[in-house]
Design a binder for this molecule. Structure first.
Ligand code: AMP
Length: 559
């Protein structure tokens, strides 16, 4: 077709005008994944393209991958390197095609800003996110980035936007802008790709002389050293940041900033607490380089609460397995205790009689040989027994005692000291792990839960009561759970509500993965087939072998 210029010997469409793009866009039937760049492509960009090509949405249809190459004047300040920014479209076309891009959009400035800068509608991201870190040294930068990305998103209308975690502040800001404007697309952050010596790949690395190149490697080395210090027990921001700044200056780098901040609010932190971002920007020759690492006082925790029948355990198990997190089934703990209470011949309704049984209780969740979750109490394997109708009938009574709640909450908190788990229950986000990185309130309307319950009963060969009756039972149970005195079911203020009506299980799991990725970057926590790994050693300071602790279940347990 006339408007498509096939790049020499490569099957990639080169689009140079908005008109080209619009015509190309119209032809795309399946999902469209978009990678915006400023060109001078390197391995980091190629990794984004490869991932964009490999990701499949629900339909499983292969996506088209559009890469844009546009050196955006709006994001450069006076005296910055707009003129000397590396440009090499020929090489970009080759590298984009080799990585699997379907099309490359390389517009002129006039195409993107047809009314010039004076006639431009600008996007101003929240001040709180853009005033610190790089924003302090590049005051108009993030406004320029947000303005061009929104302009590109409007033209491209992608289903998925892929951005590098390398530009962490940019990623945080763009996530917020897209959310605040309500744009219908997902954003995926991708871990920083590094060169052999640890230096983050960057178009600006091209301008470094061999000796500057060596100086620049002090940046990732200094960050790794800071992470090692955190592993060794240092947690105070002033000590961490001043030591790193000194090391960078000693290597001959001019430091703009070294800061410890909360990764999502970007607010300065006084110490490493939960997940923290140690970020730095330096000048090396004519290049300004940025880098960061994530520091954790413990591994991430996810809290999933919600009413009965919302499908929590199925999706939580699958999510835990996918993310390499330990699955902490708090319900199984209450069931095990109930089994013990019944075995001792104690009245489950009598709190005073139950309380002594809590002393010296040995309650263990562990992984069986086939990856299944094993539950034992005081040396008895009760994996099967806790699912009996007798236990099911009494567990709510036992769990409602304050002393029981206190004892098991304390044990769950002890299991979570090192983190690396996803816990599911009724009061996880409010009482057990109020500092969890992600809290989800997983729910569905009573009508939907009644429908699911009916399906479940039918599939197991039981008589199915009328839907209205099931719905009334569910509503009554919700009422009971939410109004009981001890540990009522309630949504934590900072929990994300996920209403699963009409969603397939896979879609719910994907939504959980997306939420987790927004809170815990892949650089800080990544799961692989053989367990958990990290793209950067310093991202995982406190990982301990006990993340598959004998007191917690294994994430590879089948749903
Ligand atoms: P840029 O061309 O520098 O504007 O970058 C375009 C996209 O590539 C942004 O989403 C960057 O965060 C991402 N990116 C740049 N360098 C890297 C890297 N070393 N690793 C991963 N992503 C990167």
């Amino acid at each position: 077709m006339g408007f498509l210029l096939a790049a020499a010997a490569l099957s990639l469409d080169l689009l140079e005008t908005c008109q080209d793009l619009a015509a190309w866009r119209q032809q795309q039937q399946g999902p469209l994944h978009f990678v915006p760049t400023m060109g001078a492509l390197h391995e980091g960009h190629q990794q984004l393209i490869r991932r964009a090509a490999a990701l499949r949405q629900g339909s499983g249809q292969p996506p088209s991958v559009l890469l844009s190459v546009f050196v955006n004047p709006l994001q450069f300040g006076p005296g910055e390197d707009l003129e000397s920014y590396p440009r090499d479209l020929r090489s970009d076309i080759d590298l984009a095609a080799a990585a699997g891009a379907t099309a490359l959009f390389a517009p002129s400035v006039a195409e993107i800003y047809p009314r010039g800068e004076a006639g431009l509608t600008r996007v101003a991201p929240p001040l709180l996110l853009r005033q610190g870190l790089c924003g302090r040294y590049r005051p108009k930068h993030f406004e320029g980035v947000a303005t061009v990305v929104i302009r590109l998103l409007t033209l491209v209308r992608p289903d998925l936007l892929l951005l590098g975690e390398k530009d962490w502040q940019q990623l945080v800001i763009l996530r917020r802008v897209v959310a605040d404007l309500g744009l219908p697309l997902r954003i995926q952050g991708c871990p920083t790709v590094r060169e052999a010596d640890g230096l983050a790949c960057s178009s600006r690395n091209r301008r470094l002389s061999p000796s500057q190149r060596q100086q620049a490697s002090a940046l990732p080395a200094g960050l790794a050293a800071a992470a090692a210090q955190v592993r060794g027990g240092l947690s105070q921001a002033p000590a961490l940041t001043s030591q790193l700044a000194q090391q960078l200056e000693a290597a001959g780098l001019r430091v703009d900033y070294v800061e410890l901040v909360a990764p999502h609010s970007l607010e300065p932190l006084q110490q490493v607490q939960g997940l923290a971002l140690l970020a730095a920007a330096v000048h090396c020759g004519s290049s300004r380089l940025i880098d960061h690492c994530f520091l954790m006082s413990r591994l991430p925790i996810v809290a999933i609460d919600g009413p009965a029948g919302a499908g929590k355990s199925t999706v939580t198990r699958a999510f835990a397995r996918q993310m390499g997190l330990v699955y902490l089934d708090t319900g199984a703990m209450y069931r095990a205790l109930t089994w013990w209470v019944l075995r001792q011949g104690t009245d489950p309704a009598d709190a005073a009689a139950v309380e002594p049984l809590l002393l010296g209780l040995d309650l263990q969740l562990s992984a069986g040989g086939a990856g299944e979750q094993l539950v034992s109490i005081n040396g008895f394997d009760v994996t099967e027994a806790i699912r009996s109708p007798e236990v099911t009938a009494q567990v709510s009574l036992v769990a409602a005692h304050g002393c029981v709640r206190q004892a098991l909450t304390a044990q769950q908190q002890a299991m979570g000291l090192k983190g690396g788990l996803v816990a599911e229950g009724r009061d996880i986000g409010t009482a057990v792990f109020p500092d969890a990185e992600l809290k989800v309130f997983l729910t569905a309307t009573a009508a939907e839960r009644a429908r699911r319950r009916a399906q479940d009963l039918e599939s197991r060969g039981f008589a199915v009561p009328p839907l209205a009756e099931l719905e009334a039972q569910i509503t009554a149970r919700d009422q009971q759970d939410s109004s009981r005195e001890v540990a009522p079911l309630c949504q934590a203020e900072d929990a994300v509500e996920l209403v699963t009506d009409g969603m397939a299980i896979e879609a719910v799991i994907q939504a959980l993965v997306d939420l987790f990725r927004q809170r815990v970057p892949e650089e800080a926590w990544s799961a692989t087939a053989d367990g958990v790994s990290s793209s950067m050693a310093c991202s995982r300071p406190l990982q301990a072998s006990s993340s598959r602790s004998s007191t917690c279940s294994n994430p590879s347990a089948p749903p």
